[in-house]
Ligand binder design. Structure first.
Ligand code: HEM
Length: 222
């Protein structure tokens, strides 16, 4: 039996964690090494990418780079098709219902590019695990302020993977797919930790009466 996510594509509506997750021996080794270096099952997970997986991601990114604007839009249009409620958190285009029209929207294009440049930064930091973790953790914290709930983060990875597959053509292999899945799994798990930390902080600030009720972030009340 193979991975639910490998092969022809990803079932829409399934998250990576909901799908059958099947780490390769290489991946398991990477986790084991991480655990031996202090991973205790609490807090941050050990960095899950093996050296070969990092290389596969870096190589495929070189081919994807020229297409990032297109990929950014496809990812979000598909996210809104499968989870229309996600659009409601985007003030700048939440009132545009026609997804064809939305594809041409400058704000969505700019947002897609911001997300892709985050992926680019992550790829550039695959060998600097502390920096990568910090980047994703802070992004999760800012998503708490954007009111963007963690349950949707994994769908971005799923849509990214299905959007880049036809671009990479024969360069797309099950091993490349697994490497990207591992990266997104790590990024979304780290973002979630950042989100929940910010939520907890804001909760304690709220209980001290320092935040206006109904505001998403302390920043809004400063
Ligand atoms: C792997 C998942 C995701 C990644 C990597 C990601 C990345 C980003 C990045 C790089 C930004 C730019 C601003 C910043 O750096 O703080 C951003 C902004 C934002 N994201 Fe996400 N995001 C993800 C998932 C989501 C989801 C699922 C939603 C909605 C449900 C969402 C909603 C927003 C909103 C509302 C903003 C602020 C508006 C804007 O910048 O245009 N994000 N995101």
């Amino acid at each position: 039996m193979g991975c639910a996510l490998s092969g022809s594509g990803v079932a829409p509506g399934k998250t990576i964690s909901e799908s059958k997750w099947c780490p390769s021996a290489e991946n398991q080794l990477a986790s084991k090494v991480g655990a031996e270096h202090g991973g205790d099952g609490t807090g941050a997970d050990p960095f899950p990418l093996a050296e070969g997986q990092k290389k596969r991601i870096q190589e495929s990114w070189r081919f994807l780079h020229d297409n990032i604007a297109r990929v950014g839009i496809i990812v979000f249009i598909r996210l809104f098709e499968t989870h229309p409620e996600c659009k409601d958190v985007f003030f700048l285009f939440r009132d545009i219902d026609d997804l064809q029209q939305l594809k041409m929207n400058k704000e969505l294009q700019a947002h897609g590019l911001r997300v892709m440049s985050f992926i680019e930064k992550s790829v550039a930091r695959l060998d600097q695990e502390d920096k990568l973790e910090h980047l994703a953790f802070e992004l999760g914290r800012s998503h708490y302020r954007y009111n963007a709930p963690p349950k949707y983060y994994e769908y971005v990875g799923i849509q990214f993977i299905s959007a880049v597959q036809p671009i990479l053509k024969e360069r797309w292999t099950p091993a490349v797919e697994e490497a990207w899945q591992s990266l997104f799994k790590y990024l979304t798990a780290t973002m979630k930790r950042g989100y929940y930390e910010e939520e907890e902080k804001s909760g304690s600030i709220k209980s001290l009466g320092l935040r206006k009720p109904g505001t998403g972030s302390i920043l809004n009340s400063i």
